[in-house]
Design a protein around this ligand. Structure first.
Ligand SMILES: [Zn+2]
Ligand SMILES: [Zn+2]
Length: 416
C-alpha cells in the first residue's frame, strides 16, 4: 500500500486531485465529526491524512517519496535517514485494511463495540445421497468451551477481587505511539499482561476449576437433523452451540452440507440419473425385472417393451416420473432418468454356427451393397485405441481428443 491510498487517490494524482482528496478525507475523519467513542481513532486518522497530504502536496517531498518511499523521511518530514517501522503495518492497523484477521487496530478496550455474540463455528459436513434422500438425525459428541460452572465466568474465587492490571491501567489495551517518518501514528494493542482483560486474579485467588480462564472444556452430545431433500450448500445451524465467552451470547455452529459422490446415482437439483445394464437379448426381446436398487433400498422394476415390438437401444434414456429426490417440505419429487447400457455378449458366448446362421436370418439385413470400381480386402487390428487417432501428427496432440474444427480439417487433408 502506498501513502496515496490514505487519501484514496492514484499515485500519479494531480495537485488539484490531491487537494480535493485531502479535504474529503480530513472532513470524514475530523475528530469533531465522529461519536465520542471513536474520537481517539479518528484523531489519529486525521493526523495521518494531514501528514500524507503534506508529503504529497509538496513537490520536492513527493519526488523523494516517489523514488525512495517512506524510508527517505525522518521525523521532521524532511528527506533524511529513518529506520522506520513498516508503514504498511501501521496504516493497515489505522484503517483496518488487511490487518491481522482483518481486525481494525482501534477496536479494543472499553470504547470498542464488543461483539455481542461469540464467533460462529462453520464447518463442512459430508452427507451420503441416501441420507439426503431419506433424511436423517445425526448425533455426535462435541467439545466446546463453556462458562466455568464454579466461578460462573468470574475466573476467581467467590470472595476474591481481581487486581487491576497495572501495565494497562485496567483498560485491557494500550495506546502505542509510533513515529513513522513524519507520521505520528497512534494505534491500540491488547495488553499482553492481562490478555486484554484489564484485571486478573493473583494465583491464590484463581478459580480452582478453570484456573482463571473463566471457561472450561466440556463434552456435549449434539444432534443435527438433515431434512430429506437437503442438498449441497444447505446450512444446518445449531444455535448457541459454539464456544462460550464470558459476557457474550454464544455463537452458532453452522454445518455446510457437502454431498458425497455416489457410485450409482448422480443428482441435479431434484432429479436423479443412473445407468442400467440390459443384455442384448433383453434389449431385443424384452424383460420384466428389477433393474436398480433405489436410495431407500427399494427395487425398481421395469417391464419392456411397453409397446409390442419396441427395441431398447444403447444410450436410450428412460424417464421414471416421481422417482427422483424428494423436495424439502413437500410431497413432490423429481424424476429418475435411466440411461440404457446395452451389454453385448462377451467372449464366453460361443454359439454354434447354426445358431448364428439362424440369428442372421432373424435379425435385419445390412443395407444395399456399397458400389465401387476397385475393391481391396484389408487386414485390421480389432482392438485399436481411438486415442491413437491423430497421435502421429507432427503438430502434436491426438486428433480425436484435442483437435478443434480447423485442426480436424488439417488431419483430414493430411490423410488424403
Ligand atoms: Zn472458574
Ligand atoms: Zn493489562
Amino acid at each position: 500500500m502506498f501513502i496515496a491510498e490514505v487519501l484514496g487517490i492514484e499515485r500519479n494524482a494531480t495537485k488539484e486531485e490531491i487537494r480535493k482528496a485531502y479535504r474529503k478525507a480530513a472532513l470524514a475523519n475530523h475528530p469533531d465529526k465522529v461519536p465520542e467513542a471513536e474520537r481517539e481513532a479518528a484523531e489519529a486518522r486525521f493526523k495521518t491524512v494531514q501528514q500524507a497530504y503534506d508529503i504529497l502536496y509538496d513537490e520536492e517531498k513527493r519526488q523523494v517519496y516517489d523514488t525512495h518511499g517512506m524510508a527517505a523521511f525522518d521525523g521532521s518530514g524532511n528527506p533524511g535517514m529513518g529506520g522506520a517501522p513498516d508503514l504498511d503495518d501501521i496504516l493497515s492497523q489505522m484503517f483496518g485494511m488487511g490487518g491481522p484477521g482483518g481486525m481494525p487496530g482501534y477496536g479494543y478496550g472499553p470504547r470498542s463495540n464488543k461483539p455481542r455474540k461469540s464467533p460462529n463455528e462453520e464447518q463442512k459436513y459430508e452427507v451420503s445421497l441416501e441420507d439426503l434422500y431419506k433424511g436423517r438425525t445425526v448425533k455426535f459428541a462435541s467439545t466446546k468451551n463453556v462458562i466455568c460452572s464454579l466461578c460462573k465466568g468470574k475466573g476467581g474465587k467467590e470472595k476474591a477481587t481481581a487486581k487491576e492490571c497495572s501495565a494497562c491501567g485496567g483498560h485491557g489495551y494500550k495506546e502505542v505511539l509510533t513515529r513513522v517518518g513524519p507520521l505520528l501514528t497512534q494505534s491500540t494493542v491488547a495488553c499482553t499482561v492481562c490478555q486484554g482483560q484489564g484485571s486478573f486474579f493473583s494465583p491464590k485467588d484463581k478459580c480452582k476449576k478453570c484456573k482463571g480462564a473463566k471457561v472450561t472444556e466440556e463434552k456435549k452430545m449434539l444432534e443435527i437433523y438433515i431434512p430429506r431433500g437437503a442438498q449441497e450448500g444447505d446450512k444446518i445451524t445449531l444455535e448457541g452451540e459454539a464456544d462460550q465467552v464470558p459476557g457474550q451470547e454464544p455463537g452458532d455452529i453452522i454445518f455446510h452440507i457437502v454431498e458425497a459422490p455416489h457410485p450409482v446415482f448422480r443428482r441435479a437439483g431434484a432429479d436423479l440419473t443412473a445407468s442400467i445394464e440390459i443384455t442384448l437379448a433383453e434389449a431385443l426381446a424384452g424383460f420384466s425385472r428389477v433393474v436398480l436398487k433405489h436410495l431407500d433400498g427399494r427395487g425398481i422394476e421395469l417391464t419392456h417393451p411397453k409397446k409390442k415390438g419396441d427395441v431398447l437401444r444403447p444410450g436410450q434414456v428412460l424417464k421414471v416420473p416421481g422417482e427422483g429426490m424428494p423436495l424439502k417440505r413437500s410431497d413432490a419429487r423429481g424424476d429418475l432418468y435411466l440411461a440404457v447400457d446395452v451389454k453385448f455378449p462377451d467372449d464366453k458366448w460361443t454359439p454354434s454356427p447354426a445358431v448364428l446362421e439362424k440369428l442372421k436370418e432373424i435379425l435385419p439385413k445390412p443395407g444395399p451393397p456399397i458400389e465401387a470400381d476397385t475393391v481391396d480386402e484389408v487386414d485390421y487390428d480389432p482392438n485399436a485405441d481411438i486415442e491413437d487417432f491423430g497421435a502421429g501428427d507432427p503438430r502434436g496432440g491426438s486428433g480425436w481428443v484435442d483437435e478443434d474444427e480447423e485442426d480436424g480439417e488439417h488431419a483430414q487433408c493430411a490423410a488424403q
